[in-house]
Design a protein around this ligand. Structure first.
Ligand SMILES: Cc1cc2nc3c(=O)[nH]c(=O)nc-3n(C[C@H](O)[C@H](O)[C@H](O)COP(=O)(O)OP(=O)(O)OC[C@H]3O[C@@H](n4cnc5c(N)ncnc54)[C@H](O)[C@@H]3O)c2cc1C
Length: 316
């Protein structure tokens, strides 16, 4: 039997026990999640842990399982909307798992590495295949989890294998064959499990460095031109769906919602499928706008929009 079961009123016990289990990573209490999300919104994480090693990571996960403490794995915070009330339990930030390396035409990157930096390093070595994702915010882990997609390619197109910890904290490998069998449009097998992604391997081709750099620059410029970096956001709110016959942004435009504001949140004047924080948005403001888009699309167009951005934390 565990020495105690998790309860918000006894959270000081969490710290005491964590001190005993000999972890080296940094532990913070009441860490504002607005500092860790690209929306720049979100209340405090009750505990925020940055493991330094696999041992650290496993120790904290064993602890969470033993005491029933909820945990959330954080990548770059580029596809999440964290409640203003914050997150109960422990947020685990993977930033120190950030090594990137190469073996023949395979690039391997740990889950906390920036996906854009990984693409950039591959390009610098003269490896092609990663250009499409350059300048997209977030980590390798988050991009594998989301099976991120841009400019007509999905990460699963180049993903060769994934090392992960399964729900029992055993080390496992997802092979290329399994990736092909389980991936879909913005869908990965990790979305239906509690596994922790540790490392991805990507199968690339040799290419001409100058041409690769030019392609990456073109993608980056296109994002800049589309206003991706003008305001805090999480990129597209909803998935696109070929069956709708038009992009989700166009559907939201057709509902007359582009530019609509609630508090400091606004449906971007430059793109119907992006919600921006104009400076003072709360997560509630953003969520209310998301729900308006969903309701109106259903009511006026009979379309069921599927949210891409993940709601995280304690919502009423
Ligand atoms: C300006 C802008 C442009 C964008 N453009 C695109 C685009 O073109 N295409 C696109 O697909 N997305 C886009 N996005 C969304 C976002 O960049 C991607 O979804 C990205 O892959 C999210 O990665 P992250 O590390 O930030 O994940 P987070 O937001 O931190 O997490 C997302 C989910 O992944 C899980 N997760 C993260 N790391 C791990 C791990 N190691 N193990 C297990 N689970 C993990 C989290 O628990 C969470 O459920 C854009 C976002 C912004 C802000």
């Amino acid at each position: 039997m565990p020495a105690f079961t998790y309860d918000r009123t006894v959270d000081s016990n969490v710290r005491k026990i964590l001190e005993k289990i000999n972890i080296r990573g940094e532990l913070k209490k009441n860490e504002p999640m607005s500092s860790h999300t690209t929306f720049k919104t979100g209340g405090p994480a009750e505990f925020f842990f940055i493991p330094r090693s696999l041992e650290d990571l496993k120790a904290i996960l064993y602890f969470c399982k033993e005491y029933g403490v909820p945990y959330f794995i954080l990548g770059g915070g580029a596809n999440i909307l964290v409640s203003d009330r914050g997150i109960n339990g422990i947020v685990i930030d993977m930033r120190h798992f950030n090594r990137i390396g190469f073996r023949d035409t395979i690039c391997y990157a740990e889950s906390g590495a920036s996906i854009s930096r990984t693409a950039e390093q591959a390009g610098r070595k003269g490896f092609s295949g990663f250009e499409f994702i350059y300048a997209m915010p977030g980590t390798v882990g988050g991009a594998i989890w989301m099976n991120a997609r841009c400019y007509g390619s999905s990460l699963s197109d180049i993903l060769y294998s994934v090392d992960y910890l399964d729900e029992n904290l055993s080390l496992k490998k997802l092979t290329r064959k399994m990736i092909l069998e389980t991936s879909g449009y913005k869908k990965s097998v990790f979305q239906t499990s509690n596994s922790i992604i540790l490392k991805g391997e990507f199968l690339l081709k040799t290419g001409e460095k100058g041409e690769i750099a030019d392609r990456m620059e073109t993608y980056k410029k296109d994002r800049e031109r589309k206003g991706h970096f003008l305001f805090p956001s999480a990129g597209s709110i909803f998935k696109n769906n070929r069956e709708f016959g038009e992009p989700t942004g166009a559907i939201i435009d057709s509902l007359g919602l582009r530019g609509r504001s609630i508090g400091g949140a606004q449906i971007a004047p430059f793109h119907g499928n992006i919600i921006i924080n104009t400076g003072t948005a709360t997560s509630r403001n953003i969520r209310d706008l998301i729900e308006i888009c969903k309701q109106e699309a259903k009511l006026k167009r009979g379309i069921l929009l599927e949210r891409e951005v993940q709601y995280v934390g304690t919502w009423q």
